[in-house]
Write a protein that binds this ligand. Structure first.
Ligand code: GLV
Ligand code: MN
Ligand code: MN
Length: 419
C-alpha cells in the first residue's frame, strides 16, 4: 500500500459497479414484492442484512465490533492510533413498506468509500469507523434514532433495552435473536474528530433543480406525541348511537385537527397522524380505545410548541364533545440541529474537486447525525431521489446519483482523515 497522506491533489473515485451490486445484494434481505423493503429493526431480515454487511467488512479486513444496543461498527485503521478517528454511518433498518435506499445507501456508500481507499492504496492518518445504527426508523421501537441516542448518552442502555414493540417484545429480547460473536466495541461519542452521513434527500429539491449533491446544513426539529383515547366499547348492532362513546370517531376528529395545524400555524409545519391502534379492532365492536401516533416537524422549536398547544386544545374539545377521556403524551422531542462549518467545508471541497453541482439545504427527515451533532463536528451529504419519494416502496435512485454521492463522501473522508 502507498502511504498517501496528502490526498489534496488526488481526486479519488469509487467503483460504481461494485457500489450498485452491493446495494442490490443487501436489498434482497427484507425485499417486498413491490420492489421495496420491509426490514424492521432487529427482525430476521435486519439480522441477515447485518450478517451480509459483516461478511463484506471482514473480506476487506476491517475490524468489526458491536455495542450493547446492537450498533454495529467496522473500522478501517489509520496509520496514527493517537489521532481521533472519523465516524461515518447511517442505518439499514427500514419502514414497514419502505424503500431500498433510505439509510442503506449511507451504510453501503460508506463501505464502498472505504473499499475505494483500499483500491487507491490510501492509508489515512486517522482510523475511519463506519456504523450501522440500531432502530433509526422508529417504526418498530420508539423513539426513533434509538441506537444513536444511546451512543450520544441521551438514553441509557437499559432504558433502550427495555423499550417494547407493539407485541410486547423488548429490544433486549429481540437482540437475543442475533448472536454474531463479535467483540464489544469501546467507542465513545467523545472519541471522534468528525462525523459524516450520506443519505438520499427524501424530498424533491435536488432532482427538480437538476443538482447532483445536497450539502446539508442542518435538520429540522421533531416532536412525536401519542394521543390515547378512552371511550366505551360495545356491540355494533345493539348499542344506540345516543349511548356511544366511540374512541375511533373521536380519533378521526383529532386526525383532522392534526392535518389542519399547518394552515393554522405555518405552511412549513409538517403534521402527520401516521398510525392508529384500534381496540378491539373488530368490525362489529365499537372501538373502546384508540391510540393516535402523531409526528410534527419544523425548524423552530417555538412553532412545534404552538402546534402541541393547539393539538392539546383540540384534544380537550373532542373529549368534552364526545364524552371520552383523551390524554396526550410526548414520545420524542428532538431539537433542530445545525451542522458543523468545518465538516461542511470538507464536503464542499470534495464537490468542487469532482466538478459536481451542489446546493445547501436543510433536511426535512430525521437522521442519527442529529444525535451526534451536539458532541462531534458533524455534517451530511444528500443525493437526489426519484420524485422525492421516500418511506415508500417506490423510493428510487439512479446508479449515477449513487456514485456521485459516494465520490463526495470518499474525498471528504480522505481529507478529514488526513488532517
Ligand atoms: C426517519 O426516517 C424520520 O425522519 O422519521
Ligand atoms: Mn434514513
Ligand atoms: Mn427513514
Amino acid at each position: 500500500m502507498t502511504n498517501t497522506s496528502d490526498t489534496s491533489s488526488q481526486v479519488l473515485r469509487a467503483d460504481p459497479d461494485r457500489l450498485w451490486r452491493t446495494l442490490m445484494d443487501i436489498s434482497s434481505f427484507g425485499a417486498t414484492e413491490q420492489g421495496g423493503l420491509d426490514r424492521l429493526t432487529l427482525s430476521q431480515a435486519d439480522f441477515d442484512a447485518r450478517d451480509y454487511f459483516i461478511e463484506q467488512a471482514r473480506e476487506a479486513n476491517y475490524l468489526v465490533s458491536v455495542d450493547a444496543i446492537g450498533n454495529l461498527f467496522i473500522a478501517r485503521e489509520g496509520s496514527d492510533p493517537d489521532l481521533a478517528p472519523i465516524l461515518v454511518g447511517s442505518h439499514i433498518d427500514s419502514q414497514p413498506a419502505g424503500g431500498r435506499f433510505d439509510g442503506t445507501y449511507g451504510v453501503i456508500g460508506a463501505l464502498e468509500a472505504l473499499r475505494a481507499l483500499d483500491d487507491h492504496g490510501v492509508v489515512t492518518r486517522r482510523t475511519i469507523v463506519l456504523v450501522d445504527w440500531t432502530n433509526e426508523e422508529g417504526a418498530r421501537y420508539r423513539p426513533s434514532m434509538l441506537g444513536s441516542q444511546v451512543f450520544a448518552g441521551k438514553l441509557t442502555v437499559d432504558e433502550a433495552l427495555d423499550v417494547t414493540d407493539s407485541e410486547g417484545i423488548s429490544v433486549r429480547q429481540a437482540l437475543r435473536g442475533w448472536q454474531p460473536q463479535l467483540p464489544a466495541t469501546d467507542y465513545r461519542v467523545t472519541d471522534f474528530a468528525a462525523a459524516f452521513e450520506l443519505h438520499i434527500e427524501q424530498g424533491p429539491a435536488l432532482e427538480d433543480l437538476g443538482t447532483d449533491i445536497g450539502v446539508v446544513t442542518g435538520v429540522q426539529g421533531i416532536r412525536w406525541v401519542d394521543i390515547a383515547i378512552n371511550g366505551r366499547g360495545g356491540h355494533a348492532g345493539t348499542t344506540p348511537h345516543s349511548a356511544r362513546y366511540d374512541a375511533l370517531v373521536a380519533a378521526s376528529e383529532l386526525v383532522l385537527a392534526v392535518d389542519e395545524l399547518p394552515s393554522a400555524i405555518s405552511p412549513d409545519l409538517r403534521a402527520t397522524a401516521g398510525r392508529l391502534l384500534i381496540h378491539p379492532g373488530s368490525r362489529n365492536s365499537i372501538p373502546g380505545r384508540v391510540a393516535v401516533e402523531v409526528d410534527l416537524r419544523h425548524p423552530e422549536p417555538a412553532v412545534l410548541d404552538r402546534a402541541i398547544d393547539l393539538l392539546s386544545g383540540a384534544c380537550a374539545r373532542v373529549s368534552q364533545r364526545r364524552g371520552v377521556e383523551v390524554q396526550i403524551n410526548e414520545q420524542l422531542s428532538q431539537l433542530p440541529v445545525s451542522f458543523d462549518p468545518g465538516v461542511l467545508s470538507h464536503i464542499e471541497w470534495a464537490v468542487s474537486q469532482l466538478g459536481l453541482s451542489s446546493k445547501h439545504l436543510s433536511s426535512g427527515a430525521g437522521h442519527d447525525s442529529m444525535q451526534l451533532a451536539p458532541h462531534i463536528p458533524t455534517a451530511m451529504i444528500f443525493i437526489p431521489c426519484a420524485g422525492g419519494i421516500s418511506h415508500d416502496e417506490a423510493e428510487d435512485i439512479s446508479p449515477e446519483w449513487a456514485a456521485n454521492g459516494v465520490n463526495v463522501l470518499l474525498n471528504a473522508l480522505a481529507r478529514a482523515a488526513n488532517q
